[in-house]
Ligand binder design. Sequence first.
Ligand code: NAP
Length: 174
Amino acid sequence: MFDIVVAADLDWGIGKANGLPWPKLRGDLQHFKRITQAASEGQRNAVVMGRKTWESKEVAGRPLPSRLNVVVSRGELAVPAGVVVVHSLDEALSVGDAETIFVVGGAGLIRAAIERPDLRFVYLTRIDQRFDCDVRMPDLDARGFVRDAWDGEREAEDFEVRYRIERLRPPPGT
Ligand SMILES: NC(=O)c1ccc[n+]([C@@H]2O[C@H](COP(=O)([O-])OP(=O)(O)OC[C@H]3O[C@@H](n4cnc5c(N)ncnc54)[C@H](OP(=O)(O)O)[C@@H]3O)[C@@H](O)[C@H]2O)c1
């Protein structure tokens, strides 16, 4: 089983010019850190990202601390020690040594991930605005994903950008 963590605007935009389309949303970054880092004592989680996300402004080739960083690329990549490069999502989801695996983007990986029967939750930050985006993910509402009862759900606002953090489950019966 694995989870997805992603933030999307009203049109499911997630990226612009290899970065995030919106200003730094402190509460969302805290949520991302908390959810991806939370592991049992002596364990750690894995974050799986596409090569462009690895090279994006936010990550910039620096591994996210306290998590196993897994980068998916069809090519070869020079990465710091401890970072794992794999060539498919299948391979990424079979890395050992991780309590929970989180697919954290970008769009190509998410597109493949939402088709899988072993997807458990999507932690979705719904940004309540439209931004100029050049990368979009699929519309999860149209695909029948459902809001899951979760005590971490909340609304927040940073830099006059409102957003709601939700947890979704794949369509029932899939
Ligand atoms: N809003 C959010 O929560 C969020 C999260 C993450 C990223 N982003 C943004 O999204 C943008 C990047 O996303 P993106 O969709 O353009 O790129 P991406 O998915 O991060 O990276 C694409 C690359 O990853 C590799 N890849 C992806 N799927 C693969 C698969 N199934 N098998 C093998 N390799 C695969 C390929 O690498 P090679 O070309 O090396 O073969 C592909 O070119 C940036 O703007 C970033 O800031 C936003």
